[in-house]
Design a protein around this ligand. Structure first.
Ligand SMILES: Nc1ncnc2c1ncn2[C@@H]1O[C@H](COP(=O)(O)OP(=O)(O)OP(=O)(O)O)[C@@H](O)[C@H]1O
Ligand SMILES: [Mg+2]
Length: 139
């Protein structure tokens, strides 16, 4: 496990850019953590590093947003999912096989559909303010 401390949204963006350098051409990133812990902020950092020019917003209502930068970025948010069958119905299995980077917020709602090599990022907010503890594990 690797652990990082971010003190600002900008540091979370920088961490995303750094992590991206070590990712294979196709990768799934599962993002876990409370509301407002910085999952979407991290995806915005990925998008920025991939040269995506459109604004990246939370796909909470649409479930999936796709962006094209130097690599494809698929942003999924499973917050509204009540059970894994709904993930199957939305084509989640195909999404995690798509080219490029697939980042999934609230990924634990479809845990059993995640590929074995998924990178898991856990966001914790230890105190009120802008500190975030981000731990990374694989598999
Ligand atoms: N160190 C930090 N890293 C990331 N975000 C931070 C940090 N400090 C403050 N913030 C703020 O916390 C908020 C994080 O919101 P964000 O939408 O990324 O959360 P989220 O985990 O995606 O929540 P949700 O589960 O509702 O989708 C933003 O307003 C951001 O500016
Ligand atoms: Mg979010």
């Amino acid at each position: 496990m690797r652990e990082f401390i971010s003190h600002s949204p900008e540091e979370t963006h920088a961490l995303a850019a750094e992590l991206l350098k070590s990712l294979p051409a196709r990768a799934v990133i599962a993002l876990h953590g409370d509301l407002g812990s910085g999952k979407t902020c991290f995806v915005q950092g990925l998008a920025e590093a991939l040269g995506v020019t459109e604004p990246v917003t939370s796909p909470t209502f649409t479930l999936v947003n796709e962006y094209m930068g130097t690599r494809a970025l698929t942003h999924v948010d499973l917050y509204r999912l009540s059970d894994p069958d709904e993930a199957l119905a939305m084509g989640f299995e195909e999404l995690v096989e798509s080219d490029g980077i697939t980042a999934v917020e609230w990924a634990e709602r479809a845990e059993e559909l995640l590929p074995a090599e998924t990178l898991h990022l856990r966001f914790k907010t230890p105190e009120d303010g802008t500190t975030r503890v981000i731990s990374i594990t694989q598999g």
